[in-house]
Design a protein around this ligand. Structure first.
Ligand code: FPP
Length: 251
């Protein structure tokens, strides 16, 4: 197991309810680097290291799914050098961190449109998925070239095609059918929607991240930049989550 031992308790020794699915918008890498007079890419590198630590902490706490926004469908407009650097991170991640995660029963999956990813990126991700596919612990779910509207557009296209192919009648389409066609349809049924969405570095919006799935999620915003986010910050977010009262439209 991991070296540290997280008790599911806060400082007052109260037992915390651990969200089953946590989704994170890992924002602020660029600003973190700029503050240190470093190039932006160093922020992404530090962000990758933070991801490893937070994954370990989440796994130890008993989180079932951790979905992380690593690259959006809008991020291609960034300078070529930066895009190239981010696209190489899964390759580095595979060599440096996947063996440790695998040893700790973490399963790696992806969501997003992967047709546009460079071959080396795809290979690293497919290898990580294949290597860890029998693991039964936390699912680390990478959103890469992911956009919520793109996801819904793709789902509609596939649903219409299947209806035209007479696989079902349009009248049979319901929320469950739509959820099945989304990228998150590959997650275990009860774990598809995040209980808690965290965004680091001060912005308070979802930026096209899991718009369907986050309909009832609790949202947590912190000013901490992603590279500085760690086990302690994750615990803080979970403590705030525990103070919220989720009613799902009921009373
Ligand atoms: C947003 O910060 C961050 C990203 C677009 C990239 C996130 C990627 C990682 C944390 C590494 C993930 C690891 C793997 C293995 C893929 P920003 O650049 O928008 O920061 P800024 O708002 O301060 O400019």
């Amino acid at each position: 197991m991991f070296t540290f031992n997280f008790r599911k308790r806060n400082n007052n020794d109260l037992v915390l309810e651990i969200p089953k699915h946590i989704a994170i918008i890992m924002d602020g890498n660029g600003r973190w680097a700029k503050k240190r007079l470093q190039p932006r890419i160093m922020g992404h590198k530090a962000g990758m290291d933070a991801l490893q630590d937070v994954t370990k902490a989440a796994s130890d706490m008993g989180v079932k799914v951790l979905t992380v926004y690593a690259f959006s469908t809008e991020n291609w407009t960034r300078p070529e050098k930066e895009v190239k650097f981010i696209m190489n991170l899964p390759v580095e991640f595979y060599d440096k961190y996947v063996p440790d995660l695998h040893a700790n029963n973490v399963r790696i999956q992806m969501i997003g449109d992967h047709s546009r990813l460079p071959e080396a990126t795809k290979t690293a991700l497919y290898n990580a998925e294949r290597k860890t596919r029998n693991n039964t612990g936390l699912i680390l779910n990478f959103a890469l070239n992911y956009g919520g509207r793109d996801e819904i557009t793709n789902a509609v296209r596939a649903i219409v095609q299947d209806a035209l192919d007479a696989k079902f009648n349009p009248g049979d389409i319901n929320e469950k059918v739509i959820a099945d066609y989304l990228y998150t349809g590959r997650l275990p049924f009860k774990l598809r929607d995040p209980d808690l969405v965290i965004r680091t570095s001060g912005e308070q919006r979802l930026s096209n991240f899991l718009p369907w799935q986050s309909a009832y999620s609790e949202l947590y915003f912190t000013n901490v930049a992603w590279p500085d986010f760690d086990e302690k910050e994750l615990q803080k977010a979970i403590e705030v989550y525990n103070k919220r009262h989720r009613r799902f439209g009921g009373i």
